[in-house]
Design a protein around this ligand. Structure first.
Ligand SMILES: *Cc1c(COP(=O)(O)O)cnc(C)c1O
Length: 387
């Protein structure tokens, strides 16, 4: 069955029945007999779809777990109240005191901060490695356990060669964890490309409507068993309303991403031709670091693009002038966003640019591209006329 068709049918109850799994709110699950209670407890040891207690998820969360595991190609998927909670849970499941980690230089900021402020207290250290790395040998120490990847990278979208990197990591006995929020299980399949664990901040495209917070960890092999155990023992779960909203969002994931991609590419082309713009960062553009690898390993791009403006362009005034682009954190919802960003200037995609150049990250929403471009044009005209 095609993936688009599966999105429409994930978690559907048996017929006659509702088209979506109902929101089942429960802490206690009642049994008539002690024997039934005991049998349920025993069954959940090996089966996450057993309805045993609210902390282990009700049927609503179970439907979503199955859907995400299938989308990501994992042996299982586990759910968390935010994307960062999913990242923290995966790291806590796989890392031990004294371990050394390798984080890609373009890693999502909060992932690195978690390592700096929490894992460091457990004697866990890390080094950064370049996004273009295919051979990890120079970075591996005796106590290295885990490699964290994210492709394309946060904010600047450098593409990683996951098959090559995973081969190098596995040859050294390391576990590979991917932040797959950019592709959200649709554009890119890190587990199929060799990773052991794939994390999605479902807050972004899975929910897709800027009204849900959630995260997932999908995994295979030994890593799956470790993530499952740590998740259950640490009491992680996702509330049924959030699980419902996420699965509802996933019904239109393919359709939305198609439009987000078209709009982002339209904005990229228009901005690239503007005199105020020095560079547009987007993995779908020829010449972008790793563009050929992205074409090989992914099925498309999403609504994100970052734009480097020429020194002298007042980007803050530009953002204040935009009507359709809201200023705010996160992305992946139906709405367009713009936000000033300040990634490290050492990143490959930022080479050769003046230090004073300001960078803005845009998220192209589902509006009509012509309206978005007209908004940008009006905003740029206002700031350049003033300057
Ligand atoms: C947003 C994001 C997260 C964190 O998700 P939250 O739900 O906001 O905690 C993690 N990784 C990436 C790449 C993200 O963009």
């Amino acid at each position: 069955m095609k993936r688009e068709t599966k999105l429409c049918h994930y978690g559907q109850p048996s017929r006659p029945g509702p088209a979506n799994p109902p929101v089942v709110r429960a802490s206690t699950i009642l049994h008539d007999t002690v024997a039934s209670y005991r049998a349920t407890k025993a069954a959940r040891e090996t089966d996450d779809s057993v309805l045993s207690y609210g902390r282990r998820g009700t049927t609503t969360a179970h439907a979503l777990m199955e859907a995400i595991a299938d989308l990501e190609g994992g042996e299982g998927a586990w759910l968390y109240p935010t994307g960062v909670a999913a990242i923290a849970a995966a790291l806590m499941a796989l890392v031990r005191p004294g371990d050394h980690l390798l984080l890609v230089e373009t890693i999502f900021g909060a992932t690195r901060t978690y390592c700096d402020k929490v894992l460091a207290e457990f004697g866990v250290s890390y080094d950064l490695y370049p996004a273009a790395t295919t051979d990890l040998t120079p970075y591996i120490r005796d106590n290295t356990r885990l490699v964290f990847v994210e492709t394309p990278g946060s904010q600047t979208y450098e593409v990683m060669d996951l098959p090559a990197l995973c081969a190098s990591a596995h040859a050294a006995g390391l576990v590979v964890v991917a932040d797959n929020t950019y592709g959200s299980g649709w554009l890119c399949q890190p587990l199929a490309l060799g990773c052991d664990v794939s994390i999605i901040a479902g807050t972004k495209y899975l929910g897709g409507h800027a009204d849900v917070m959630m995260g997932s960890v999908s995994a295979r092999g030994e890593a799956a068993a470790l993530v499952r155990k740590a998740t259950h023992l640490s009491g992680q779960s996702l509330a049924p309303d959030e699980a419902y909203a996420t699965l509802r969002g996933m019904r239109t994931l393919a359709l939305r991403l198609e439009r987000h991609e078209q709009n982002a590419l339209a904005l990229a082309a228009w901005l690239d031709a503007r005199p105020e713009v020095l560079r547009v960062l987007h993995p779908g553009l020829p010449g972008h670091p790793g563009h050929e690898i992205w074409k090989r390993d992914a099925s498309g791009s999403n609504g994100l693009l970052s734009v480097v403006f020429a020194p002298g362009i007042d980007t803050e005034a530009l953002l204040d002038n935009l009507q359709l682009f809201g200023v705010g954190s996160s992305w992946g919802g139906f709405e367009s966003l713009a936000m000033p960003i300040a990634p490290e200037r050492s990143r490959p995609s930022l080479q050769g640019l003046p230090e004073e150049a300001q960078i803005v990250r845009f998220h192209a929403g589902l509006e009509h591209a012509e309206d978005l471009i007209a908004d940008l044009e009006a905003g740029l005209t206002a700031v350049t006329a003033k300057g």
